[in-house]
Design a protein around this ligand. Structure first.
Ligand code: CAA
Length: 381
């Protein structure tokens, strides 16, 4: 098994690391306070090719792979988990369905503008009553002449307010359960699309999670992805990849919590010596390091499988489950190691704690990941 990164993967990781250290450190602190969307950082990431890492060059992307993408998301997450999830939702959930399931015309129309960030992507699957039960869609799409007319509402949609392109899921045949769901590429400038609410969240304040309303929104017939009834499978395949992005985000947040804890524990003196000289602290640091390393390996394995064109449903769910729980544990320990200061806004530990929590929830809760993993084992061994 080759654990060495290629030169292109290393270069992508180093580019993202440099950008994160130079541009995101301050922005990460500021947008956590102001809840501002980091538009300038996203524009710069577009110029650097980090909004289209796995999009082939012929469609305007960087022509790299999912391993490079995961490494980039980890680096961005160390300094700013909001920016990282904006990039991850755009890439995995906005761009991938077009790249992986779209026809040539759809790829040519959308991917070049998405690779540069001119159009940001979002993924409108979740509805107020259809979260974990993604098949319970109520949004309707009815074919009328050359267009589908969409009516319904979605919520918790990352990038909803800023997206130019929205992958929207809707029932075309409500009697057929998940076989009646179809997926469409919607341009958000189309009449009938509206952002109705932006959530006030615990963390990732710079990434906006919105409720969307679709009111007689007309989408050209050619914007249907694949065929009618394929929407649920498109959503599931998309999430197989999306979970790699969230796993990478969790690895980055966990690493940030560990790095802050290492630094603080060597500086903070109690009972006449740095607290890092205490076994109680060393054991915490060691456990954090082991779990974050293991999480990274699971994440890169899932990304490598996806790059090899193999099914990665189980492996991406494992990576997301393990990495998000490792990030939450690392962030909790980081607050503890920082003591009273860890509970204040003076240090970043409390932000890591708030930002880590969502990785156990979005793109499928930890409970759903366990169901996916067990389901795969029971089906395939
Ligand atoms: N790839 C391809 N097909 C798949 C698949 C996959 N990974 N997983 C399931 N399918 C197919 C099955 O083969 C089956 O096909 P057939 O009926 O033709 O045999 C069909 O889909 C239904 O499968 P299940 O019976 O397993 O489906 P289910 O209704 O029991 O649900 C679930 C399965 C895993 C619970 C699924 O609903 C799920 O993943 N839920 C979580 C949803 C989720 O992650 N939401 C997050 C939204 S995005 C977000 O959070 C971020 C944002 O920005 C909005």
């Amino acid at each position: 098994m080759d654990l060495e990164l290629t030169e292109a993967q290393r270069e992508t990781r180093d580019l993202a690391r440099k950008f994160a250290r130079e541009r995101l450190e301050q922005i990460g602190v500021e947008i956590d306070r102001t809840h501002r969307f980091p538009a300038e950082a996203i524009a710069e990431l577009g110029k650097l090719g980090l909004l289209g890492v796995f999009i082939p060059e012929e469609y305007g992307g960087s022509g790299l792979d999912n391993v490079a993408y995961a490494l980039a998301i980890e680096e961005l997450s160390v300094e700013c988990a909001s920016t990282a999830v904006i990039v991850s939702a755009h890439s995995s959930l906005g761009c991938w369905p077009i790249l992986g399931t779209g026809d040539e015309g759809q790829k040519r129309r959308y991917l070049p503008k998405m690779a540069t960030g001119e159009w940001l992507g979002c993924f409108a699957l979740t509805e107020p009553q259809a979260g974990s039960d993604a098949a319970g869609q109520r949004t309707r799409a009815v074919l009328d002449g050359d267009s589908y007319v969409i009516n319904g509402s979605k919520n918790f949609i990352t990038n909803g307010p800023e997206a130019g392109v929205c992958i929207v899921f809707a029932m075309t045949e409500p009697d057929r359960g998940h076989h009646g769901i179809s997926a469409f590429i919607a341009e958000t400038s189309t009449p009938g699309f509206a952002v109705t609410h932006v959530e006030d969240k615990m963390g990732i304040h710079g990434a906006h999670s919105a409720a969307l309303a679709f009111s007689d929104m007309r989408i050209p017939r050619e914007n249907l992805l694949m065929r009618e009834g394929e929407g649920f499978k498109i959503a599931m395949k998309t999430l197989d990849g999306g979970r790699i992005g969230i796993a990478a985000q969790a690895v980055g947040i966990g690493r940030a919590a560990l790095e802050a804890s290492l630094k603080y524990s060597q500086e903070r003196v109690a009972f006449g010596r740095p607290i890092s000289s205490n076994q109680a602290i060393q054991w915490k640091l060691a456990d954090m390091a082991v779990e974050i390393d293991a999480a990274r390996l699971l994440t890169l394995r899932a990304a490598a499988l996806k790059d090899a064109g193999q099914n990665c449903t189980k492996q991406s769910a494992m990576a997301k489950l393990f990495a998000s729980e490792a990030a939450m544990k690392a962030a909790t320990e980081a607050v503890q190691i920082h003591g009273g200061y860890g509970y204040t806004k003076e240090f970043k530990a409390e932000r890591y704690f708030r930002d880590a929590k969502i990785t156990e929830i979005y793109e499928g809760t930890s409970e759903i990941q366990r169901l996916v993993i067990a389901g795969q084992m029971l089906r395939n061994g």
